[in-house]
Design a protein around this ligand. Structure first.
Ligand SMILES: [Zn+2]
Ligand SMILES: [Zn+2]
Length: 314
């Protein structure tokens, strides 16, 4: 009886989660017929934070899940703990996509590589990203060589080579297309970085666009056309001002070269006709959620806008 009640409880919880996600997304007509086994692609905000350590907002990382396949976008600090918190696999992703090599987006990569192995990963994990990713990964695996030796040859007897990574340094365009999931890399402008990408994910009849770090990008606007969910970085335009610190006079110029204002996100989302905007990776400058949403409205976007929180699902 207790077991039965537990099963019923889980069923109700799953359905509630599904229904909540549907209503949050503002999506209509996608609910499968009763009894139909249609996997629904879902986006999970694992980390919405910035470089400043914040227990409420882990480092940048976003998951897209379709059935038992897990696709990860960036590996900021805390990514493994957030995967566990979200109830997703801690044994490695189907594929990982890195937007750019800034440390706040990649500091979780060693954790992702080695902890997934210790938790049972047996095969090389595919990691896609800009040039320089291979050197970074080679250095990471070299740095933990002692650990690899001990865990492989010692009494832990981990799977030989289960820590390995298959790096693909990419260019713009479709970088992954398998089993109904297509990932397209979008070249974006992130200040002085020679190579930075946003990603569009088409999966299970839904479409997600993740901006990565970028100033307002025409390429991203074109690629985001009609997307169900646009996950975009932002700062509140009205708060941007020189800061009272050494070099603080360059702050507005830095922000305009590297990042996108709330108003620009709104204009981009309206022009692209996306169905919903989710803001994350926010340089708040003390701006509130309400100010950020108002900024997106000033940009002209009239659809649903959410200031993303860790572990929210869309
Ligand atoms: Zn960043
Ligand atoms: Zn960056």
């Amino acid at each position: 009886m207790t077991a039965l009640r537990a099963v019923i409880g889980v069923t109700v919880l799953c359905w509630t989660t599904y229904a909540t996600a549907q209503s949050t997304a503002g999506a209509k007509g996608r609910q499968p017929a009763v009894g139909a086994q249609v996997p629904r692609a879902e986006l999970v905000l694992l980390g919405t934070g910035m470089p400043r350590p914040n227990p409420e907002a882990s480092g940048p990382a976003t998951a897209v899940v379709l059935g038992d396949r897990l696709f990860l976008f960036d590996a900021g600090p805390g990514v493994m703990r957030q995967l566990a918190a979200a109830g997703l696999s801690i044994k490695g992703a189907t594929a990982v996509f890195v937007t750019h090599l800034h440390s706040d987006h990649t500091l979780g990569l060693p954790d992702l590589i080695f902890t997934s192995w210790v938790m049972g990963r047996q095969k090389p994990m595919a990691v896609y990203g800009p040039h320089g990713l291979r050197a970074m990964t080679d250095h990471i695996t070299a740095a933990w060589r002692e650990d690899i030796t001990i865990r492989t040859d010692g009494l832990e007897r981990e799977v030989v080579g289960g820590w390995k990574v298959k790096v693909r340094e990419i260019a713009a365009g479709v970088v992954y297309d398998s089993g109904g999931v297509r990932v397209t890399a979008i070249p974006v402008d992130h200040g002085d970085w020679k190579e930075a990408y946003g990603y569009r994910i088409d999966a299970g009849g839904r479409s997600f666009v993740i901006s990565g770090d970028t100033r307002s990008s025409a390429a991203l606007r074109a690629a985001a056309r009609g997307a169900d969910v646009l996950v975009h970085e932002a700062y509140p335009e009205l708060r941007l001002a020189p800061e009272d610190r050494p070099g603080g006079e360059n702050w507005p110029a830095y922000m305009k070269a590297f990042h996108t204002s709330d108003v620009e996100v709104g204009a981009l989302a309206a022009a692209a006709g996306v169905k919903q905007v989710v803001l994350h990776h926010l340089v708040r400058m003390k701006g509130t959620d309400e100010e950020l949403i108002a900024g997106v409205r000033r940009g002209g976007f009239k659809g649903p806008v959410v200031v993303g929180k860790d572990l929210q699902r869309f």
